[in-house]
Design a protein around this ligand. Structure first.
Ligand code: GDG
Length: 503
């Protein structure tokens, strides 16, 4: 079946555009994420609506919802009261579902008010979806912020076809069970006709939770749950990187020049790179400690390498994140004070978001990518690093606790908690022969390039029973993020809007 006349109704916590003031006019810019780049062309060719939370400060939004019927598709941004948004997003999403799904039970705060507002905000999303969708449209829900939406949509409009993609890990049943609302969340998710996870392990965990916590019959071989008279399907469909964007950027003279200048200014033989949102799941602190072991073990040639770490501000209102930021700052400071030699310092740490061009230059300049999350649904940075190494150089070290490791057996795979081993693997990466590097990178590239973000969109929709022409997904995907998209209705003389932090 082709997508045919079906329009796509996409629901995600954050919208596809950020707004900025350019020459006293508000313009919308496409967010940097690959998801938007991949879905925009589909929405453009099929038509549809993107529904997201209006997370701009209350005084700066246009109530009740921003719409631009003249754009390639419409956009509905849902304004929530500050208290509801805080409980829904900072509370239930980031202090309950995020930590429990990553196996960090000690970081959970099980507060009933969080769940109450999570339910209410999810219901706003669901109502908006039902208002937008006609009988033949497809409602595609993204991620853990909206777990109850598939069930709510099914109650409000049983005829609608709903898909859910879960971008983070799904934990074993005995972990998930600790959450007081585990059953409600599972039932909400099961409202979807198709549920996608990054890996087969997450699929197994989800099926096990349905069996153990809800007592439902599951068919593991077919990836099916019997839920009343319905049989929602559960599949693994690993998300890919925006390969086209990074491959193109990595060949651009300006980016290559930037990479060259960076190498020159750092003045070392080898650059080791870490790029993450500042999040306890990403293992930044543990990475620094492993690097310290490396520095101690190889004291003779210390100043021949540097660890460049970019930490993107994230969830700064949550206490655990503020605390972690301080610990990371202090650890970088301590290592730099302890091991500095002349003008050389072991860690170049920056706490900020950088442009995609700068990110591509960093990827291209780095000899080793040290990607050691303690738990990660997938990890797109690993794939983007590979996509940027067009000359098959560079070594990827990746955590076995990231979904990405499943598809990247030619990378050097480490346990991020085993600091000694991480330090030794870093040495191994640095000493690797060019021949071995090339062979490994070639194999990695062939997989990362063929299973990119466009492949993922096609594959997921295909599993839902809709085929999509390559051109539907591809058209416009090469357009770099940040190209102004100017929905006329948005142009208004308001003050400068704040810069958002990462999810
Ligand atoms: C969730 C899951 C899953 C990073 N720093 C900058 C920047 N980035 C971009 C990267 C990459 C994205 O952010 C980060 O994606 P990850 O996959 O690494 O991590 P999460 O944000 O935790 O994403 C994860 C993902 O969803 C998709 O399903 O893989 O497991 O946790 O694309 O390029 N972009 C720019 N400046 C930065 O400083 N422009």
């Amino acid at each position: 079946m082709r997508l045919g006349p079906s329009r796509l109704i996409i629901l995600s916590n954050r919208g596809p555009y950020t707004t900025a003031v350019v020459r006293r006019r508000v313009v919308a810019r496409r967010s940097a994420g690959g998801l938007v780049a991949a879905l925009e062309p589909v929405l453009r060719s099929q038509g549809g609506t993107w529904i997201a939370w209006d997370d701009r400060p209350p005084g700066r939004r246009r109530p009740p919802a921003l719409t631009d019927e003249r754009g390639p598709f419409s956009l509905r941004l849902l304004p929530f009261s500050e208290a509801a948004a805080s409980n829904y997003y900072h509370g239930f999403s980031n202090r309950v579902l995020w930590p429990i799904c990553h196996g960090f039970l000690d970081k959970c705060r099980f507060d009933h008010v969080f769940f109450r507002d999570y339910m209410r905000c999810n219901l706003e999303f669901s109502r908006a979806a039902v208002r937008e969708a006609s009988r033949r449209d497809i409602v595609w829900v993204h991620d853990y912020h909206l777990a109850l939406v598939p069930g709510q949509v099914r109650t409000l409009a049983p005829h609608l076809r709903t898909l859910l993609f879960w971008h983070i890990p799904f934990p074993p049943a005995w972990v998930f069970k600790a959450m007081p609302w585990a059953r409600e969340i599972l039932e909400g998710m099961l409202g979807a006709d198709l549920i996608g996870f990054h890996t087969q392990d997450y699929v197994r965990h989800f099926l096990e939770s349905c069996r153990v916590l809800l007592g439902l019959p599951v068919n593991e071989a077919r990836g099916e749950v019997q839920f009343g008279r319905r049989h929602p399907r559960i599949i693994a469909c690993p998300i890919g990187a925006d390969v086209e964007a990074f491959d193109t950027l990595a060949r651009r003279p300006g980016v290559l020049l930037k990479a060259h200048q960076l190498r020159k200014s750092l003045g070392v033989d080898q650059i080791v790179l870490g790029v993450d949102r500042l999040d306890y799941t990403k293992g930044i602190l543990e990475r620094f400690l492993a690097y310290e072991i490396f520095l101690k073990k190889h004291s003779q040639n210390r100043s021949r390498q540097v660890l460049v770490q970019v930490a993107v501000p994230s969830r700064t209102r949550v206490h655990d994140y503020a605390l972690l930021r301080r610990q990371i700052d202090e650890t970088a400071g301590r290592l730099n004070a302890l091991y500095a030699e002349g003008s050389w310092v072991p860690i170049r740490y920056s706490y900020r978001s950088i442009s995609r061009e700068s990110l591509a230059a960093l990827y291209a300049a780095a000899d080793v990518a040290l990607i050691t999350p303690l738990r990660d649904g997938m990890n797109l940075v690993a794939k983007e690093y590979v996509a940027s190494h067009t000359r098959n150089d560079g070594v990827l070290i990746v955590s076995e606790l990231a979904g990405a490791a499943e598809e990247m057996e030619e990378a050097l795979i480490v346990n991020p908690y085993d600091l000694e081993k991480v330090a030794d693997t870093l040495r191994r990466a640095m000493d690797m022969t060019l021949k071995e590097k090339t062979e490994r990178m070639q194999a990695l590239r062939s997989r990362v390039l063929s299973r990119d973000i466009n492949w993922w969109v096609r594959e997921f929709l295909r599993a839902a029973g809709f085929s999509l022409a390559r051109s539907d997904v591809h058209r416009g995907a090469a357009r770099p993020a940040g190209v102004p998209f100017e929905p006329a209705a948005w142009i208004q003389p308001v003050g400068r809007l704040g810069v958002r932090e990462a999810n």
